[in-house]
Design a protein around this ligand. Structure first.
Ligand code: HBI
Ligand code: FE
Length: 298
């Protein structure tokens, strides 16, 4: 029996002893220390200060509806009362990363899994596993939007299908380039909505303002073929024109024919631009090149 997570995937082989069969655990809100609540407050203050004018309207509205500006780590029981009323979603605590099928099953049933731990003050900017700040501050505000709420549930159903088709690698890229690192074109300008961006101090500036990354119009086939990096700021961001359009090209689309079409097409490298791209900003890739020194496609 595995008692430590898989070193590659960080996932346990089966639910830890204190977890339920569906991998959920009690949030145990009362056990957070003052220092842990302070860490949340510090991160919350730092992010919420810079988000007006940067984060999408849906995200800012979600923060407000869910009353996330109340001090301290949110209590899921309270949060869920509001979230349930808004979109039928709830947040459930898990000990860390859960297996793909478990993750998708929760999403398909409108349960968003969140780590119940918070990062240490000494690691405010980088951590390998999603903590409660990333999961709740980053992801949950968008789940208060009815359109995004439908998108995420559909993603869960799509994930279960992708496991059967053997196309998880392709589908995971959709999650990456929308739910985690998506940009949206709003009437007032480009905005961030991806949880990986809105919960990151550095990337919430970089994704909108830096000259390095490419910003490319979202296209489903293109995104499903595009590799991504998990270790640093993205070199590409994909821009959706609206949440309605995201629903139209995903929830209302059968992915099977798309998978069949792209299965024999090559993957697209991280910073590569392809012929069919509608490029909104051609990036310099200066940031990525300064870090690696290696040849990078520009
Ligand atoms: N588990 N807790 C948690 N959070 C995730 O975001 C997550 C996961 N398990 C699997 C998983 N994500 C992947 O399947 C998707 O990103 C594709
Ligand atoms: Fe995430």
């Amino acid at each position: 029996m595995l008692t430590t997570p898989d070193p590659e995937t960080h996932v346990y082989a089966k639910p830890p002893a204190h977890a339920n069969a569906d991998w959920t655990i009690d949030q145990d809100w009362r056990s957070y220390s003052d220092e842990e609540h302070d860490t949340w407050d510090m991160l919350f203050a730092r992010q919420s200060k810079m988000l007006p004018g940067r984060a999408s309207e849906a995200f800012l509205k979600g923060l407000d509806i869910l009353q996330l500006s109340k001090p301290g780590i949110p209590d899921f029981d309270e949060l869920n009362q509001i979230l349930m009323d808004a979109t039928g979603w709830q947040v459930v605590a898990v000990p860390g990363l859960v297996p793909d099928d478990v993750f998708f099953d929760h999403l398909a049933n409108r349960r968003f899994v969140s780590g119940n731990f918070i990062r240490k003050m000494s690691q405010l900017d980088y951590l390998q596993e999603p903590d409660i700040f990333h999961d709740v501050f980053g992801h949950v505000p968008m789940l208060a939007d009815p359109r995004f709420a439908d998108y995420m549930a559909a993603y869960g159903r799509g994930g279960l299908r992708a496991l059967k088709f053997g196309t998880l690698k392709q589908l995971a890229r959709l999650y990456w380039y929308t739910v985690e690192f998506g940009l949206i074109q709003e009437p007032e300008g480009l905005r961030i909505y991806g949880a990986g961006i809105v919960s990151s101090y550095g990337e919430s500036k970089f994704a909108l303002d830096d000259e390095s990354p490419n910003r490319i119009q979202f296209d489903l086939e293109r995104v499903l073929r595009t590799e991504y990096r998990i270790d640093d700021y993205q070199q590409n961001y994909f821009v959706i024109p609206s949440l309605d359009e995201l629903l139209r090209v995903t929830v209302e689309t059968d992915f099977k024919p798309v998978y069949d079409k792209i299965v024999n097409m090559p993957d697209i490298a991280i910073a590569e631009i392809v012929e069919s791209d509608l490029v909104l900003t051609k990036g310099t890739q200066k940031y990525a090149m300064s870090k690696s020194g290696a040849a990078t496609v520009i």
